[in-house]
Design a protein around this ligand. Structure first.
Ligand code: GSH
Length: 212
């Protein structure tokens, strides 16, 4: 049995849960992180020395890093994993590139927007940091807006891939009602793509619920 450890309100936990839903693989999830604790226990640290979520256990396999877990789940599913992880090298590398971009480029500049507006009480908010995060995120979303400008339905072609799932989780934070700051630029093509993701049961079940 595939086991995911991590609280269901974590963006990085949404990713494998949504992938599992798309793949139709059976799994179990147990809470860990923030108010649930667990992540500081010696057992958890042996599994994930970072003390972060998510982690995965599957037979002998123990993993951390959400994007690596998502790739692994696709490999377990086999083939191109219902199109989520294309087998042709150029297409697979193209999908991988967006997963790396989320970690290296989008997340570092986006973090203060989510944390400032969702996880910090209004009176303690650093609005300068929030504004910087809006500007930094907007530069990233503009890259995707441009990518979708050539008429493609999904980030990497005409069907859903891991790139849409991973970036869709962050788009939920940008487009969500919880994170409204003045002067957020509009991205109409991205919004259409985001609405398309909203039709997926995995999005509705794990990503759509209110952020907290
Ligand atoms: N790059 C890691 C980041 C993991 C991470 O920072 N997870 C956050 C939740 S989104 C976390 O563990 N926060 C502390 C906690 O929940 O206790 C990944 O993608 O898995």
């Amino acid at each position: 049995m595939i086991r995911i450890l991590g609280r269901a309100n974590s963006t990085n936990v949404w990713k494998p849960l949504w992938v599992l839903e798309e793949l139709g693989l059976p799994y179990e999830r147990s809470d860990a992180g923030m108010e649930h604790g667990v992540v500081d226990t010696p057992e958890y640290r042996a599994l994930n020395p970072n003390g972060r979520v998510p982690s995965l256990r599957h037979g002998e396999v123990e993993l951390w890093e959400s994007n690596s877990i998502c790739r692994y789940l696709c490999l377990v599913a086999g083939g191109d994993a219902k199109g989520l992880y294309p087998t042709e090298p150029g297409r697979r590398a193209s999908v991988d590139r967006w997963l790396d971009w989320q970690l290296s480029t989008l997340s570092p500049v986006e973090r203060d927007l989510f944390w400032g507006m969702v996880r910090t009480p209004a009176e303690k908010r650093d609005m300068q940091a929030v504004r910087r995060a809006v500007e930094g995120s907007a530069k990233c979303w503009a890259i995707l807006e441009n990518r979708l400008g050539d008429g493609r339905r999904y980030i990497d072609g005409d069907t859903l891939t891991l790139a849409d799932i991973i970036l869709g989780c962050y788009a939920r934070r940008w487009f969500g009602p919880e994170v409204r700051v003045s002067d957020m630029p509009e991205f109409p093509k991205l919004e259409t793509w985001f609405a398309r993701l909203g039709e997926r049961p995995g999005f509705q079940r794990f990503v759509a619920p209110e952020l907290f």
